[in-house]
Design a protein around this ligand. Structure first.
Ligand code: GLU
Length: 420
């Protein structure tokens, strides 16, 4: 079965369409489905911030908690100009399913601030962040809702987040947010976690399909934390990375991209442009390359009903959240593409966020090896459970992963009952 939605570019509708299918296959009660389709709490704030030139700009911020049925809401904060409420709602719900797929005891949430972090100074970013934390303060916390980095945010922003929250509560509260610098209670292995999870999913997919990594090529859309680390991790398994991109466009080299050189270049330039290790291609051309594995690791809605038929990859591993629209699902299915869906493929990040939260609460810290081994076990088991579900129900991996996650959330929601 495959979903179809009216507004193809609306991620919240895409989430609901897939949820509806998974719920139907699970035979969930209609009352339960209506609970799971909507978000528990949505906060919108407007934040006046003094800019460096003395002017005042009013920023819009969101925090959406989709579900706290299995644990505190969990999910990142996005700083981007195109952040909007339906996007944050979808991202929050995806966090719920993601945490349930890998079976970590969290619900799902997401936040966003409408701003362009690349055009703001460090002190402006700090003021926006502290104002944002203050605005959502009463609804977050280690037992309520635990934010983390996402597009446009990083460890420094999480450090300001933790500091603002701790100052207001008059306590040292590192478990209020994850993705922090190591010295503030961050976890070893957290920065690499999402990309490493992508690699583990690609490795398991190749194993499942009987393909040899050393004979495979990959194209990666995106070169931020997820894209770049995925590229490095995939390369370490012998897979040849022939293309990579940033928002402005991509680079193609059939002999393989010099990732170490590119990384050095990007640290200084903060963009791919100017690195001459291959031919320039567009982001759309990158998606359509003849590669074995395609990793969309940038943003939503890049594989749609318009370009899905033109893709050549045998495997898609979704590093980003929501890179494939619901209307493209059927096209990929009909082509026999093996899709590792976002709620599984990029779950390595939140899995290590969970480890960070556990370590902070215990004030007892693990070695990188402990983090990596625990994470690998969770990712490998979750991959196997998803593929098993897909085979048992004759469903796509995406709907199977939804079924796995939704069933766990439905179970706790049912057991807790409706409080009235
Ligand atoms: N923003 C990441 C995601 O979409 C990480 C969330 C987290 O660690 O809480 O999965």
């Amino acid at each position: 079965m495959n979903p179809q939605v009216a507004s193809e570019d609306n991620p919240y509708q895409a989430m609901q369409a897939r949820l509806d299918l998974a719920s139907e296959r699970l035979g969930l009660e209609p009352n339960l489905i209506s609970i799971l389709r909507t978000c528990e709490r949505e906060i919108t704030i407007s934040m006046p911030v003094v800019m460096d030139d003395g002017s005042v700009e009013v920023f819009e911020g969101f925090r959406v908690q989709h579900s706290t049925s299995r644990g505190p809401a969990k999910g990142g904060i996005r700083y981007a100009l195109n952040v909007n409420r339906d996007e944050v709602r979808a991202l929050a719900a995806w966090m719920t399913w993601k945490c349930a797929v890998v079976n970590v005891p969290f619900g799902g949430g997401k936040g966003g601030v409408v701003c362009d972090p690349f055009k703001m100074s460090k002190s402006e970013l700090e003021r926006v962040t502290r104002r944002y934390v203050t605005g959502i303060m009463d609804f977050i916390g280690p037992d309520r809702d635990v934010p983390a980095p996402d597009m446009g945010t990083d460890g420094q922003i999480m450090a300001w987040f933790m500091d603002t929250y701790s100052m207001h509560k008059h306590a040292y509260l590192p478990a209020s947010v994850t993705g922090k610098p190591i010295s503030l209670g961050g976890s070893l292995g957290r920065i690499e976690a999402t990309g490493r999870g992508v690699m583990l999913c690609a490795r398991e997919a190749l194993k499942h399909l009987g393909m040899n990594p050393k004979e495979c090529t990959t194209a990666i859309q995106g070169s931020g934390n997820v894209g770049m680390i995925s590229a490095l991790q995939l390369a370490s398994t012998g897979i040849k990375v022939v293309a990579i991109s940033d928002v402005h466009g991509g680079l193609y080299n059939e002999k393989g991209i010099d990732l170490a050189g590119l990384r050095k270049h990007m640290k200084v330039q903060r963009k791919l442009d100017g690195f001459d290790g291959g031919d320039r291609i567009s982001n759309n051309e990158l998606l359509e390359l003849e590669v074995d594995i395609l990793v969309p690791a940038a943003t939503e809605n890049v594989i749609t009903s318009k370009n899905a038929a033109k893709l050549h990859a045998r495997i898609i591993v979704e590093g980003a959240n929501g890179p494939v629209t619901a209307n493209a699902d059927k096209i990929l299915d009909d082509k026999g593409v093996f899709v590792v869906p976002d709620i599984l493929a990029n779950a390595g990040g939140v899995t290590v966020s969970y480890f960070e939260w556990v370590q902070d609460r215990m004030s007892f810290f693990w070695t990188q090896r402990e983090v990596e081994e625990r994470m690998e076990r969770i990712m490998v088991d979750s991959f196997a459970a998803t593929v098993d579900m897909a085979q048992r129900f004759g469903e796509s991996n995406r709907i199977a992963a939804y079924m796995l996650g939704v069933d766990r959330v439905a179970d706790t929601t049912r057991m807790r009952g409706i409080y009235a």
